[in-house]
Ligand binder design. Structure first.
Ligand SMILES: NC(=O)C1=CN([C@@H]2O[C@H](COP(=O)(O)OP(=O)(O)OC[C@H]3O[C@@H](n4cnc5c(N)ncnc54)[C@H](OP(=O)(O)O)[C@@H]3O)[C@@H](O)[C@H]2O)C=CC1
Ligand SMILES: O=C1O[C@H](COP(=O)(O)O)[C@@H](O)[C@H](O)[C@H]1O
Length: 848
């Protein structure tokens, strides 16, 4: 029995639905807070947390099982391109070191005014720290520990040596690995991620898939019998496992079958026929699909399988049969044909061969990685069978797997190459007192002109001029500001030695080849001013989020939204630049709004330090504008105020509609036409109820879509964000004890109990009109029911979860009036206090 008991401590929990891709799950006061963070940053924490809990163990198992069982790649599960290890080998290179942690003293090089230098250093340090820290900051789905490993990996860089080439002809390269952005977590992610990681703009993900399959077929056909056998074994192991003896790693095994799209109807009728003679749908389906579909169990069927991208143009649909040791668990019939073949190790190797590039799959393990801290990043190499002609491709493997059911997810890594720092090469930086400004510059006379990426600037050298001088140009790192600033560095060719040997900010030798003190001073001044400009301009390009609570004078705003925003602020989850505006018809000043809000702000994070202070700071960021919900003019005034606060930054705007549903559309119309962002995103959160029934809900959506794109609309069902509800999925799918027991064989009945210990609380008008069934049953409780009863989704992707929920709802017998017992609560006395009955509430209309 699951009891979702709700009492006065109940927190506001949210589930939001960016409709097209439906339910993302959320949780509360923190829940609404988390929802808002995600919405603002588009990084779903709750999902992330759930993934983390489910995945870390399974990912490692999945990874190791791949390594153990796959005969086609040479598994090397431990750091292959470990920069630390390689850099320590004796070589003519300067060993790479971690950035110094001690504060830099400007004493040795203090040739400019201290305060200017200090201010600039601070600005630059901030930018640099942000650049490194944010390298993996916004990536959702990571445990803190993983994030740390990845940030460290980014900061250190990864050394890569061209396989099979002498160092002299192909010197080693250090890559900085940063996240290349999320890609949709469907079966195409290997290809979409690879396309981004390769920065292959001219080729799309589908082409990559096609070329992968073509490469496989060409090579497979020309393989020897022995090689074919190895490949076939690997394919069988993955897609047609031996269900008698193949157990050991996963408690669920999958078989893949291919159904011809044009035979789906006849397959369905055959299944129906079996059902008519009393067979259950799944057993019937299993039997028909097994009999009439193509198993993926050899090279040719693998090629057919791997060609499937989930589009209507595919020849086949993928059918997945899932088994536990007890027998059939489920049949994923993929009726809409959207499932795509997830790329496996064989596919990656083919991709590597096709492009003649090594592909490294990088994994970072979390707290339960069972490996020591230093070895938490794994590189799984996939070597091309051909020669290597280009730099490698790096992919990040982020698990979304369910109990070994597969579905690890690939995301692109962008690998920025930097040359090795050697004694022939010099970096300029510390000499001018800028600890973290790493501008590596090759002064070797063979190099005529080159660009190097530094943490906050681009620096490029011109060729030497007739006087043996060359200049260094700085460009702001921000792509929007490519205004260059010329600096004459006046390094001399003749010395052949660097003025300052520097690595990551450290001075390792003298600076006597810089011509004179005055030129150094000039250089320092100029660089400082350039960097200051760069840092300032970067600041301007930062974005800001303006959150407008429409209906700020109301119950929900006071009780839940403002406290949630404060919780977010307290937890440092709001961006640096944000403003909150309350908007409603009531007349209020900023101060009055702050007073109103302050009454409901509690330090949710149980009396933690500085709560009062934080609250004051937070309130200072809250403003109010009074206006009608259907007035363009009033929203234009709001827009003006928002702009003042946004101060020229990229503005992202969020409107939280905390108003009665009959005025949603008016407010959206005015907000979108008079107060939407011109250079950032505009998003709208819509509170329930989304209509009274299906028709009115559709009508509401249609009206909203006159003014908004679907992906701007976020619908909330806060209940799904409740921790208990979220944990249900974890309990079901990641708990090895419950997972196999969660079936009708072992559970006799399930009761969902929603018990509140308070009454209508002045909302009698609403309840009497709308009804408790519409208020909580058709949304909150049905969602819980679906989560409880659904089959394992293919992945945690919103679409997959929704599909499984829909299947549950479709297979339920509609409730009849005779099935329902309804009632109203009566007045009662407890602890000497008398609580009114439903009909005693003054706001409940009286029957004449
Ligand atoms: N309260 C809660 O716990 C929950 C609420 N919701 C939903 O959130 C939304 C807001 O709820 P809640 O704050 O309780 O609602 P309120 O009834 O408190 O309304 C919010 C504000 O809207 C304005 N307003 C109210 N009625 C009208 C009207 N007829 N015409 C124009 N403006 C009006 C008022 O502001 P002013 O007069 O200053 O303009 C009011 O302060 C609703 O859609 C509700 O269903 C969802 C889940 C829980
Ligand atoms: O949506 C609603 O939910 C609340 C219960 O949610 P909680 O987060 O406060 O526990 C319910 O009281 C209210 O009637 C309903 O509209």
């Amino acid at each position: 029995m699951i009891e979702t008991s709700v009492n006065s401590n109940a927190r506001f929990t949210t589930l939001f639905t960016p409709s097209k891709t439906s339910p993302h799950m959320w949780s509360s006061s923190f829940d609404i807070a988390r929802f808002l963070t995600q919405l603002i940053r588009a990084t779903p924490c709750a999902r992330q947390r759930m993934r983390q809990q489910i995945d870390s163990y399974n990912r490692l198992m999945f990874f190791l099982s791949g390594v153990v069982h796959l005969g086609t790649v040479k598994p090397q599960p431990f750091l292959l391109c470990d920069s630390t290890a390689t850099f320590q080998s004796p070589s003519p290179t300067v060993p790479w070191r971690e950035p110094p942690t001690a504060a830099v003293s400007l004493d040795d090089v203090d040739l400019v005014d201290q305060s200017t230098a200090a201010a600039a250093v601070e600005a630059v340090e901030k930018t640099m720290a942000a650049a490194t820290a944010t390298a993996w900051d916004d990536v959702f789905g990571l445990e803190e520990q993983q994030r740390r490993h990845l940030q460290r990996l980014h900061a250190r860089g990864v050394l890569w040596k061209h396989p099979g080439k002498e160092e002299s002809s192909a010197p080693p390269v250090v890559f900085r690995l940063s996240h290349g952005g999320e890609v949709s977590s469907d079966g195409n992610c290997l290809f979409t991620a690879s396309q981004k990681a390769m920065e292959a703009r001219a080729i799309d993900a589908r082409d990559l898939r096609r070329r992968t399959v073509r490469r496989f077929l060409e090579d497979f056909r020309s393989a020897s019998d022995g090689e074919k056998e190895v490949i076939t074994d690997a394919i069988r192991h993955m897609y047609s496992p031996d269900l008698k003896s193949g157990w050991g790693i996963h408690i669920v095994q999958e078989e893949k079958l291919l159904a011809k799209k044009d035979e789906r109807e006849s397959l369905d009728s055959a299944i129906e026929e079996l059902m008519q003679i009393g067979m259950q749908r799944e057993t019937a389906a299993e039997s028909i699909y097994r009999e009439r579909c193509l198993p993926v169990n050899d090279g040719l069927s693998w090629a057919k399988y791997m060609s499937i991208s989930g589009s209507s143009e595919d020849e086949h649909d993928i059918i997945t049969l899932q088994y536990t040791e007890d027998g059939l668990l489920s049949v994923d019939e993929n009726r809409e044909g959207h499932a795509a073949a997830f790329g496996d190790d064989i596919a990656i190797e083919c991709l590597a061969t096709e492009f003649k590039r090594e592909i490294y799959v990088v994994q970072a393990h979390g707290s339960d990685g069972m490996v020591e801290e230093e070895n938490c990043v794994f590189f799984l190499p996939h070597k091309p069978r051909s020669e290597v002609i280009e730099f490698p491709v790096f992919l990040f493997m982020k698990g979304t797997g369910w109990c070994g059911g597969g579905a690890d997810h690939y995301e692109p890594l962008i690998a920025n190459p930097s040359p090795m720092i050697s004694h022939e090469k010099v970096a300029l930086g510390e000499v001018i007192g800028l600890r973290h400004v790493l501008m590596m510059a090759s002064l070797s006379s063979s190099v005529t002109s080159r660009s190097y990426r530094s943490g906050c600037c681009w620096a490029s050298f011109s060729p030497f001029n007739g006087n043996g001088h060359r200049s260094l140009s700085f460009l702001s790192a921000s792509p929007r500001r490519l205004d260059s600033h010329e600096l004459c560095v006046r390094f001399q060719r003749k010395s052949g030695r660097a003025s300052v040997f520097m690595q990551d900010g450290a001075i390792v030798t003298n600076s006597n080849s810089i011509e004179s003190e005055s030129s150094l001073k000039g250089l320092k001044d100029e660089v400082l001013s350039v960097l200051k400009v760069a840092a300032d301009s970067d600041g301007q390009n930062q974005s800001t989020v303006s959150i407008t609570v429409v209906g700020a004078s109301g119950d929900l705003a006071k009780k839940k939204i403002f406290p949630a925003l404060f919780a977010l602020y307290y937890e440092d989850c709001l961006p640096e630049h944000f403003t909150i505006f309350g908007y409603s018809r009531s007349k209020m000043t900023d101060v009055e709004l702050r007073n109103m809000v302050s009454k409901t702000l509690t330090c949710r994070i149980d009396k933690r330090a500085n709560c009062g202070e934080k609250m004051e700071e937070f309130l200072k960021r809250c403003y109010y504008h009074s206006g009608q919900y259907d007035s363009q003019e009033h929203f234009t005034e709001l827009d003006k105020k928002l702009k003042e606060h946004e101060a020229g930054r990229i503005s992202n705007r969020l409107f939280y509609l905390s108003i009665p549903p009959n005025i949603f559309v008016d407010a959206v119309k005015c907000a979108s036409s008079s107060a939407s962002s011109v250079n950032g995103w505009t998003r709208v959160i819509v509170e329930k109820p989304f209509g009274r029934d299906s028709a009115t809900s559709a009508a509401l959506t249609k009206s909203l879509k006159q003014y908004l794109e679907e992906d701007q609309i976020f619908r909330i069902d806060h209940y799904l964000g409740k921790e208990l509800v979220e944990n249900l999925s974890v309990l079901r799918f990641s708990n090895l004890i419950f997972e196999p027991l969660w079936s009708r064989q072992y559970i006799r009945n399930v009761q969902l109990i929603f018990s509140e210990d308070f009454g209508t609380e002045g909302r009698g008008g609403y309840f009497d009109h709308y009804g408790i069934i519409r208020d909580i049953m058709q949304n909150h409780l049905l969602q819980i029911l679906a989560l409880f009863a659904m089959e394992t989704p293919v992945s945690l992707d919103a679409e997959d979860i929704r599909n499984e929920k829909v299947k549950v709802l479709r297979s339920m017998r509609p409730v009849q009036v005779e099935d329902v017992v309804i009632g109203q609560y009566k007045s009662h006395t407890k602890g000497g206090v008398t609580y009114p009955g439903y009909t005693d509430d003054k706001t409940v209309p009286k029957i004449a």
